[in-house]
Design a protein around this ligand. Structure first.
Ligand code: B12
Length: 384
């Protein structure tokens, strides 16, 4: 908005600082950098509230615990005067859904196929912030993902894009493949205009969801989202949802990949976000054999490491069960002896999908008597 009464010197300083910031953002590999005000998302608190009240955050208790700070940037930091939103393109070089036709392969979502983006973006943001703070003589704080900041509505109000019906930010330039990060500052900067919604009547992302996780356009129920279930959710996974996982073992890209705006997007230019060759189409058989040290080494520096070996192998076993590949049965059988109840339980389910009835009965007779964990016993009882 124009402020005609503002002192020309102040106006010039804002313009200089804003230009400096954009140059720094570009020099540090960011594809987008735009600015908004801390009070620019007045509708977000009520929307967050209804999401939480409906229990759609599942077991992500941290969302509830931080709700006041999350809903309003001024509660998070009362001195903040401008919020700079950054976007980094992580577009894949081919449609990740193609891997679904190869059930012996494990699908790791695009965002997790190389370095942890939190580390990549946070490192870059800190460098930009240090240089900006020195230049502006202002205080700064940077956030990526894990802080209680509603990055998507803030990014939309800064004009990086708009929140699509899958709830993620969509950009005309980069489609749905953007990571977000923010820099809060006490400095006054030139404010950008919000972007308007360009989804129109399209519902490709909603229809693409394998588990029907969108109760309505622009709303997600995380408890049904494969991303939540494979990454955040601990313990057994609802048996009714397991078949829909297909070979997705870490996150899910289907709603993003279905977005027609992706056709304008180029592949990522930031090398640390370009897929590791060995994570593009890894074998389920190999992942089933990983013990804890091997898992940690293989996923060193990767976001996948965050979920730990047991949850990871639990997910891989679901993919194995969905593979229809009997060759995977011996590796699943070996996991019936695993120390983790989640792994044992999902090994039972995978075998119930892979082996003939009489073989499954034989395994049940061998194992059920010694099984002490109730959730695993239930898997044996449920199996065919
Ligand atoms: C919690 C979380 C999740 C949860 C819940 C997802 C969710 N949509 O909330 C789970 C684990 C499922 C998840 C999954 C994924 N996530 Co996530 N996640 C977050 C996190 C930490 C918080 C999001 C949040 O505040 N949710 C609470 C809800 C209430 O807020 P909201 O989604 O903005 O909800 C809005 C709508 O409901 C909306 N609304 C309701 N009615 C209406 C009506 C209209 C017209 C409009 C416009 C809006 C609207 O109002 C709310 C407020 O704006 C953010 C990082 C951050 N700090 O922001 C990353 C983040 C959203 N995730 C990200 C990514 C990449 C993913 C995955 C793609 C990863 C993957 N491949 O598996 C999936 C995508 C799944 C999906 N469709 O959302 C990126 C998205 C980047 C982008 N371009 O938007 C973020 C921003 C991280 C980052 N820094 O880059 N994630």
């Amino acid at each position: 908005m124009d402020e005609p009464q503002i002192d020309p010197k102040i106006r010039k300083r804002r313009a200089d600082l804003t230009r400096f910031l954009r140059q720094e953002a570009e020099a540090h590999g960011f594809d987008l950098c735009r600015i908004t005000l801390p009070d620019a998302i007045p509708e977000a608190p009520a929307r967050l509230e209804s999401f939480l009240e409906a229990g759609r955050h599942g077991t992500m208790a941290w969302m509830e615990e931080t709700r006041d700070r999350r809903a309003d940037p001024r509660v998070l930091w009362s001195q903040v005067r401008s919020i700079v939103m950054f976007g980094m393109n992580y577009g894949p070089d081919e449609d990740p859904r193609l891997l679904q036709a190869r059930p012996e392969k494990a699908a790791i979502s695009v965002y997790a196929r190389n370095r942890d983006y939190h580390d990549v973006i946070k490192g870059r943001l800190k460098e930009v912030a240090t240089r900006f703070a020195a230049r502006a003589g202002a205080d700064v704080k940077v956030f990526v993902d894990t802080a209680p900041v509603m990055e998507k509505p803030l990014a939309a109000s800064a004009g990086l894009g708009w929140q699509g019906k899958h709830t993620n930010l969509v950009s005309r330039e980069f489609g749905s493949w953007l990571f977000l990060g923010s820099l809060f500052t006490t400095a006054d900067l030139e404010i950008d205009e919000a972007e308007r919604d360009h989804c129109g009547s399209c519902r490709a992302c909603l229809d693409a969801c394998p588990t029907d996780a969108f109760p309505a356009p622009y709303q997600i129920d995380a408890r049904r989202c494969i991303s939540y279930l494979t990454i955040e959710h601990k313990g057994p996974i609802d048996p009714a949802l397991r078949p829909a996982f297909g070979n997705r073992i870490y996150g899910c890209d289907d709603c993003l990949a279905a977005c027609p705006w992706n056709k304008f997007a180029a592949a990522a230019r930031e090398m640390k976000l370009v897929a590791r060759e060995d994570l593009k189409a890894p074998d389920i058989a190999f992942f089933l054999t990983l013990d804890d040290p091997q898992f940690r080494t293989y996923f060193s520096g990767s976001p996948v490491k965050r979920i730990g070996r047991d949850r990871f192998v639990r997910n891989v076993l679901i993919a194995a069960g969905n593979s229809a590949s009997r060759d995977l049965a011996p590796a699943c059988e070996a996991l019936l002896y695993d120390g983790s109840v989640d792994v044992r339980g999902m090994a039972v389910w995978a075998l119930s999908q892979l082996v003939a009835d009489e073989s499954f009965q034989r395994l049940r007779t061998e194992h059920l008597g010694q099984e002490t964990d109730e959730t695993v016993r239930q898997e044996w009882m449920r199996g065919s």
